[in-house]
Design a protein around this ligand. Structure first.
Ligand SMILES: NC(=O)c1ccc[n+]([C@@H]2O[C@H](COP(=O)([O-])OP(=O)(O)OC[C@H]3O[C@@H](n4cnc5c(N)ncnc54)[C@H](O)[C@@H]3O)[C@@H](O)[C@H]2O)c1
Length: 261
């Protein structure tokens, strides 16, 4: 063994690390933030409105870590630059970035309004890129870091439920993840993605309310249930920690077997 047993036991430890989580008031973002804080990370959470972040911040503080809320529309370059500035002013470094901000809009492809298509691309693709770019520059300067993008099983397979924009945006996230991983490996920056199957969150409320569509989703999951937010914690801590140091450019499907068959 090259490492001590103590090192091996500590490989998931995030104590003293600084994580930035976009969409930190959201279902996945807050769970991922709290999961990393449970392993010791200080966490900066962002969302478009500061007031929506209050609950996450107080839960983070209960875990005994430092936390900061920054208002940031991730599709706006100036907002993202301000997020990085505010984080650096408080913590002086960024070790981990999780891009959990995202939206979904569903329409039949033949009727998909172009403005809605653009909005999904703006938030899901451009927003993710802007955050990766701004934080990537800091990580390059400081000698490394971990980036976790959030994809979806919709990047892997189509769906009759109107995902022309969302699925396409998540396909782009997979490509971006692999692209950045290959470009930034030399800077010791790991870039991976977590791709969940469906969870019942505000984003998927319309699916939950449509019994037929809901059954289509569940019938595609061999484990027979939707994901839970806590199902994302293990993969987040893994990809944020030293345990995944030699893993980059991977899309980790957290999907109850959905993409297996
Ligand atoms: N819920 C699911 O079934 C599911 C499945 C696979 C992937 N995902 C992905 O997980 C991520 C989080 O989704 P969720 O289910 O937690 O939804 P959510 O609606 O609870 O959270 C999304 C968050 O992103 C924020 N957001 C939206 N636009 C933004 C912008 N321009 N700038 C900053 N923040 C913005 C929202 O305010 C919200 O807090 C998304 O990328 C989504 O595509 C969700």
């Amino acid at each position: 063994m090259e490492q001590t047993v103590e090192d091996l036991r500590n490989m998931f430890n995030l104590k003293g690390q600084v994580a930035v989580v976009t969409g930190g008031a959201g279902a996945l973002g807050s769970a991922m933030a709290l999961g990393m804080a449970a392993y010791g990370a200080n966490v900066v959470v962002t969302g478009r409105t500061l007031s929506t972040l209050e609950t996450t911040v107080s839960e983070l503080e209960k875990l005994g870590v430092e936390s900061l809320a920054v208002a940031c529309d991730t599709s706006k370059k100036e907002d993202v630059e301000n997020l990085v500035k505010a984080t650096m002013a408080m913590f002086g470094k960024i070790d981990i970035l999780v891009t959990a901000a995202g939206i979904a809009k569903r329409f039949p492809a033949e009727d998909f309004p172009v403005e809605d298509f653009d909005q999904v691309m703006d938030v899901n693709v451009k927003g993710t890129f802007l955050c990766c770019q701004a934080v990537g520059r800091v990580m390059k300067e400081q000698g490394g870091g971990k980036i976790i993008t959030v994809s979806s099983v919709r990047a892997f397979a189509g769906h009759p439920g109107g995902y022309a924009a969302y699925g396409t945006s998540k396909g782009a996230i997979n490509a971006l993840t692999k692209q950045l991983a290959t470009e930034w490996a030399k800077y010791n920056i790991n870039v991976n993605s977590i791709a969940p199957t469906i969870l019942w969150t505000p984003l998927t409320q319309p699916v939950l309310e449509d019994e037929k569509l809901k059954q289509i989703f569940l019938s595609r999951i061999p484990m027979g249930r939707p994901a839970k937010t806590d199902d994302m914690v293990g993969s987040t801590v893994f990809l944020a920690s030293a345990a995944s140091d030699f893993i980059t450019g991977q899309i980790l499907y957290v999907d109850g077997g959905c993409t297996a068959g």
